[in-house]
Design a protein around this ligand. Structure first.
Ligand SMILES: Cc1cc2nc3c(=O)[nH]c(=O)nc-3n(C[C@H](O)[C@H](O)[C@H](O)COP(=O)(O)OP(=O)(O)OC[C@H]3O[C@@H](n4cnc5c(N)ncnc54)[C@H](O)[C@@H]3O)c2cc1C
Length: 356
């Protein structure tokens, strides 16, 4: 009986579980999922949770029920790769035959003094919920800053605008444009939306310090009621602390077969894994598909493919509140209502297929 331990039931971890359990007649493996939350969380929607436009019960999906799956609601605190053991927050030790590290990512504050202590986060369900509690208590006409003009910062700023029309909202970004990784048509549309909806974009920003109710841009202080940090991510601490090869973003370097180079039984999925693609839920799911396929090959005594199928991603969709959005499908930029409807459709499909 092969024992697979999966750390993290996010997009990547859950996909491996779904693919393994889909082989209904196979009884030669058992899975233990270690997850700190008693449900799968829809992280791609945490901006709406923080802004208060979605309740958190809409962003939870129960894990599958199956005799071959054991759910352990605990923290993974350390991995001993040499011993094939995971240490849990409860003090227990969990041995494994195969390990899958799918613990996702956390904020990266780039050493900006006070940023970690004094800014809100949308990187976990708990922190997004806490951010919402603080945001809802902000006085009438209060001021909020969002640091980082990437996808999650833009979605957070737009959703907050819809949720709290009274607030003065600032979106700080280092570059000459927000969403600088996207084509001009797309970021121009989003910039225009923010102008029309009274969100102030501060380009060429350099946040040098954050205090409890103060943000410093190029050392210039600005008073704020809340500061939301979306300006960078890094792999989960448990992955960062492993003594193995990492890329320049601190992600774990893996072989084409998704395992650590010196540990054939330790696979990495999602935001913890080094990849040429930008981190995304879609990528985590595609990697999860491949890892499940490799596990079956391994257990059946078949060799791994010398060349793995190329991972094809469908594109990116972002929201500007509940009615507008933007997206990039291949080379094609989409703006307006269509990408917003598509985004809602993708979410509905995901929930539907994941058993919600
Ligand atoms: C606001 C926002 C919007 C986004 N929008 C999109 C989008 O539109 N499209 C897209 O493709 N991607 C989007 N992303 C990125 C996407 O959410 C991530 O790339 C994806 O969640 C990565 O999947 P994962 O399986 O690696 O990690 P996650 O889905 O984050 O799962 C990690 C799991 O590990 C658990 N965990 C963490 N630490 C521990 C521990 N120590 N012990 C036990 N359990 C632990 C967590 O609770 C979580 O369930 C967005 C991200 C954000 C923040």
């Amino acid at each position: 009986m092969h024992h697979v331990v999966i750390l993290g039931g996010g997009y990547g971890g859950l996909r491996v579980i779904q693919r393994l359990l889909a082989e209904k007649d196979r009884k030669d493996f058992r899975i233990t999922l270690v997850e700190r939350e008693p449900y799968h969380s829809l992280k791609t929607e945490f901006y709406a949770l923080a802004a208060g436009t979605v309740a958190d019960n809409h962003l939870r999906i129960p894990f599958p029920e199956d005799d071959r799956l054991e759910l352990v609601y605990d923290l993974a605190s350390n991995i001993r790769l040499e011993d094939n053991i995971v240490e849990l927050g409860s003090g227990k030790e969990l041995p494994y035959d195969e390990l899958i590290i799918g613990l996702g990512c956390e904020d990266k504050h780039h050493g900006v003094p006070g940023a970690e202590e004094n800014s809100l986060s949308i990187q976990s369900m708990r922190r997004a919920r806490k951010s919402n509690q603080i945001i809802q208590k902000i006085r009438h006409n209060g001021r909020v800053s969002i640091v980082g003009g990437g996808l999650s910062g833009v979605e957070t700023a737009a959703e907050l605008r819809e949720s709290r029309p009274d607030l003065e909202i600032f979106l700080f970004d280092r570059g000459a444009n927000i969403l600088s990784m996207f084509p001009k048509k797309l970021y121009s549309y989003v910039t225009e939306w923010f102008v029309e909806n009274d969100v102030t974009i501060v380009n060429h920003a350099n946040i040098t310090k954050v205090e409890r109710h103060m943000i410093f841009n190029h050392d210039e202080p600005m008073e704020m009621d809340a500061i939301i940090w979306t300006a960078g991510v890094q792999p989960n601490k448990v992955a960062r602390e492993l003594d193995v090869e990492k890329d320049r973003l601190g992600r774990l370097v893996v072989t084409i077969h998704h395992h650590l180079p010196n540990y054939e039984n330790a696979f990495v999925v999602g935001d913890c894994a080094s990849s040429t693609h930008a981190p995304s839920a879609q990528l985590a799911e595609a990697q999860g598909d491949q890892i499940a396929m490799l596990l079956f090959k391994k257990w059946d005594g078949e060799p791994y493919p010398e060349k793995m199928p190329r991972i094809k991603l469908k594109g990116v969709l972002g929201s500007l509140g509940k009615k507008h959005g933007f997206g990039l499908m291949g080379e094609k930029s989409l703006v307006g209502r269509v990408p917003r409807v598509l985004k809602s459709g993708v979410l509905w499909m995901y929930k539907h297929h994941s058993g919600s």
